[in-house]
Design a protein. Structure first.
Length: 238
């Protein structure tokens, strides 16, 4: 597999991308910027989105306190991703890009439950489909949610939006000798434990033959460049 034009993609965003650096909640300017970036990509490909909830709550971190059980903390995190999904939907529609927010946890009158055939119909109609609420069960990350939804929706690739321009041999902010990979296989990423995604997500992408592109989301227009097949970021292949 090489960089190629993509027809349908799953964009994985962090919750922190929706807030000001080092902050919490939602920043209007950040939302506008993300919406413009996603809408630009949606002009070239069908786009589904999975977004984390770290700007609101991190279930795993909360559970480490010992005060709240991990399952409950993860459910709280799922609700955080629904809040983010609703915010992104509104921001997208504000810039003229039709969007749906669906979730693994249905909240009547607020968000519908994810249903594969309905989501596919929305994608075919040109709507961005935001998949919130994780997988609906605790102990699974939003990386795994991204891999699962990408498989269910027949996506060509998972696009993982990050703050760096690809996958490095070490943290480039801490190690000046770190080198960037243009391409990797899933086996290499797993063997080197490069932290590209969690192991469950990597294994699912590998088994389903879904490529992964790790790229710098902050650079304006990068998402559209990736779906157009330009060699942006690091390509991880089955």
């Amino acid at each position: 597999m090489s960089h190629r034009v993509l027809h349908r993609v799953l964009l994985k965003l962090t919750g922190e991308s929706l807030c000001a650096p080092g902050g919490f909640g939602h920043d209007a300017d950040a939302l506008r910027s993300i919406a413009a970036e996603v809408a630009s990509a949606a002009a070239h490909a069908q786009v589904a989105v999975v977004i984390g909830g770290g700007n609101i709550i991190r279930g795993g971190t909360l559970a480490e306190s010992g005060l709240i059980e991990r399952a409950t903390a993860d459910h709280m995190g799922m609700l955080g991703t629904i809040i983010n999904g609703l915010a992104l939907r509104e921001a997208l529609e504000h810039v003229g890009q039709p969007a749906d927010c669906v979730a693994a946890l249905e909240i009547p009158g607020v968000v519908r439950r994810f249903e594969r055939r309905a989501a596919l119909a929305s994608l075919e109609a040109g709507r961005v489909v935001i998949c919130a609420g994780g997988v609906g069960h605790p102990f699974f990350t939003t990386d795994t949610t991204a891999a699962l939804r990408a498989a269910e929706l027949g996506c060509d690739a998972v696009l993982k939006a990050t703050k760096v321009d690809g996958v490095y041999s070490a943290d480039p902010k801490k190690d000046a000798s770190a080198t960037r990979f243009d391409t990797l296989t899933f086996a290499e990423a797993l063997e080197r434990r490069l932290g590209v995604m969690d192991l469950t997500a990597l294994a699912m992408c590998q088994s389903q033959g879904i490529g992964l592109v790790v790229f710098d989301f902050a650079a304006s227009g990068n998402t559209a460049r990736v779906v157009r097949g330009e060699p942006i970021g690091t390509l991880v292949t089955p």
